[in-house]
Design a protein around this ligand. Structure first.
Ligand SMILES: [Mg+2]
Length: 273
């Protein structure tokens, strides 16, 4: 056990998303890149991963005592917060769900969107069990396939354990009850390909965190895997931010990529939790 709750923050995942935004379709399989820097003429930006993470923040803030209304606020906030950003990288089926005239039922997804947006529930939860339960609620509004629910639940559980002082052995044991982590980043780096499923993103993101030496190294490790870089780094960053804490200069830099509307949600959530 580490000594105490370390005051991590949901900005960890948002940093991973922004840093990874330029590498999603142009992978960079090494760790020596310029953090938040341009790549091949592309500028970093806050993609769907950041926007949906902040939607979940807003849903929690508005869910009422005991989070009784969370399912309803999750549907409403994802649709309301997300709609002004049609070109930020949504998957096709999520796009249709978000822009439909009336809210649609979940569509049995096991996409990695389940895991990239879920970290705020860990900050709201008083126990591991509550973090998992809240994760299932916000995940289930769209990603109600068992692998989607698992991706959300395990990511939230790891964030909760990390922010409550558990060490990497504990986090690894928890993750291994759900995923096979019998590989190293170095082993998979040459052959890992773009994959938008939880099954082929969440374990890789977890191992990137487990192998890291600090928050920055975790983000670099996640990008170096290749694949769906913004989402993989968002998931790794969510866990790493809770575990190591986030350097203040990274937090400030990430906030400079959020517009006033998104920044307001982040600030409100940070004050509440
Ligand atoms: Mg994205």
């Amino acid at each position: 056990m580490k000594d105490q709750k370390n005051g991590g923050t949901v900005i960890g995942g948002i940093i991973g998303d922004i840093v990874g935004s330029v590498y999603e379709f142009d992978n960079y399989r090494a760790k020596d890149f310029d953090l938040f820097g341009d790549y091949k003429g592309k500028h970093c930006f806050a993609t769907d991963d950041s926007i949906m993470t902040l939607s979940v923040c807003k849903a929690l803030l508005e869910a009422g005592p005991g989070y009784d209304e969370l399912r309803g606020t999750a549907v409403r906030c994802m649709r309301e917060v997300g709609r002004p950003y049609p070109h930020c990288g949504y998957g096709g089926r999520f796009y249709d769900w978000m822009y439909s005239d009336v809210p649609q039922p979940p569509y049995h997804s096991f996409g990695n969107g389940a895991a990239m947006r879920v970290s705020p529930v860990a900050y709201a939860a008083d126990s591991l069990e509550q973090a998992e339960a809240l994760a299932e609620i916000v995940t289930g509004v769209t990603h109600d396939h068992p692998e989607g629910l698992k991706g959300g639940r395990v990511t939230a559980g790891l964030v909760w354990l990390a922010m409550h002082g558990r060490d990497k052995m504990d986090l690894c044991a928890y993750a291994e009850r759900n995923y096979d982590l019998g590989f190293t980043i170095e082993e998979i780096r040459p052959s890992y390909r773009f994959n938008e499923t939880c099954q082929e993103t969440v374990p890789q993101a977890i191992v990137a965190f487990l192998e890291s030496s600090d928050f920055e190294d975790a983000i670099r490790m996640a990008i170096s895997v290749g694949g769906d870089s913004d989402t993989l780094a968002c998931i790794t960053g969510s866990i790493a931010g809770a575990y190591y804490g986030v350097p203040e200069e990274f937090r400030k830099k990430a906030c400079s990529f959020l517009d006033d509307r998104l920044l307001h949600i982040y600030q409100e959530f940070s004050q509440a939790y």
